[in-house]
Ligand binder design. Sequence first.
Ligand SMILES: Nc1nc2c(c(=O)[nH]1)N[C@H]1C(S)=C(S)[C@@H](COP(=O)(O)O)O[C@H]1N2
Ligand SMILES: [Mo]
Length: 508
Amino acid sequence: MDLVSPDFPFWLRASHLINFVLIGILLRSGIEILSSLPRLWWRNDCAPGTEWLRFTKRKLPKEEGVYTSLMDEKPVSPLLALPGNENIGLGRHWHGLGVMLWVLNGVIYVVLLFATGLWRRIIPTSWDVIPEAWESFKIYLGFGVPDVSHFTPYDSLQMIAYTGVIFVIAPLLIATGIAMSPTVRTRFPWYVRLWGGHQGARSIHFLGMVAMSIFIVVHVGLVFLVHPTYNLPHMVFGVTDTARFAQAFTIAIATIVVVIGFWIFLSYWTLADRARAHRFLVPVTEIGRKMGLGWVKMKPNSPGQYTEKDISSFHWTNGLPPTEDESAYWVASRDKDFADYEILVKDITTGVEKRVTLEEIKALPRQEYITTTTCMQGWSATSKFTGARLSDVMGLLGPRPEGVNYVMATSYGLAQKMYDNRPREPFYSVIDLNDADSEMTILAYERNGHPLDIHLGGPLRLRVESSHGYKMTKWIAEVAWIADYAEYGDGRGGTREDSALQAFNGRI
Ligand SMILES: Nc1nc2c(c(=O)[nH]1)N[C@H]1C(S)=C(S)[C@@H](COP(=O)(O)O)O[C@H]1N2
Ligand SMILES: [Mo]
């Protein structure tokens, strides 16, 4: 076989180490994300009892609207998850930061691999690798080790495994990760369908993670078991200098210990001051969000993208309807079938406000579409929603003055859980004008052709199709033009941002 230099150049060793650190961040934050809804489905309606895998003993009630997804969250130790202890928001930011750096590192690695010609050491160019790999595999099965002359620097089995990890599994993880974004789903529904919908993408993402984890365990194990006197100096110093084995071994073990320590440190650093972690992580991940999806404008589904056939038979819930204590008004109105229901539409920048009845909202032009809701916790459900465009409702105030930058929607209901467990405050969410003006942002009053179900926000809820569910305030009390969201709540732009430390930008 034609040999490229067996040496490992510095860039290769550096990107290998960086990859190790980042994969750990991705795996650990991935565990955090999974723990917020520890179930996996192939079906997009996520009906209770139809999951193909679950990591919780809790049985789900079959009835809709009695059990919220927040109740399904499961705490995981900070030793295992990043950051652990039910912090899905921060877990997602770590995942986002990890992905940005991992993809960057991966692209640099692949470009250099091709630029230097070193790809020839990894990517098989002859079918001979298959019988050769089979021979090596049989030797390993007999607890033997192929002769060192086979490693040039990789043997056929390694070539197949590395090519599979770099050019199949890693791209698969990226592709299925993208398929879980609500912005991508709204704009390119065919792409999400390609993966079997949101739940298919989520399940395949999980299986890719399992494959990657198995690879890591076997790979690290074999480095120490198969010709370690050659491998370790090669990995650490770039050359096969068996005389420096002891030194390389020590450095490799010390590096692994330090990296694991660093992973765990990140968890405790995050948990020590979650608001600080949010302040650090969100602006950094926002770069990726903006570059990736900030520019995408939503447009109504074209006919046929979703059909009535796609409508889910089950719809998950987050948040329960207001109780008498939370809103006596909402409860009294419900008892009258919402005949007198009204909301407040205001412009906080000028002080202008207007009471608007449900009837008036229904008299505005109807906007109707079939859409998939996703909660960033992981579930999805497809429904047809009908309502008035938010821009038409806000338009009842007249032209929008200069100085308005956001729309804030506040609920009659209270948040499920507050940061620091302080008394619960009304649920609210804030969206920017790009999303507020979208034709895919409505105040919905019907679902699947009947009045909006109580548990899904009846009689009126916000729908922001560009975003995850946490942007969609249910049981609307008030919609307002505001200049800045820093003055409301904890200043992060919504209840789930304040209390679950989600990002203001809900498009990913
Ligand atoms: N008032 C109110 N609105 C809310 C919530 C809530 O707890 N209270 N949860 C939000 C979250 S996190 C999600 S995922 C969606 C879920 O919408 P659904 O219950 O209609 O499926 O509602 C959002 N709107
Ligand atoms: Mo959610």
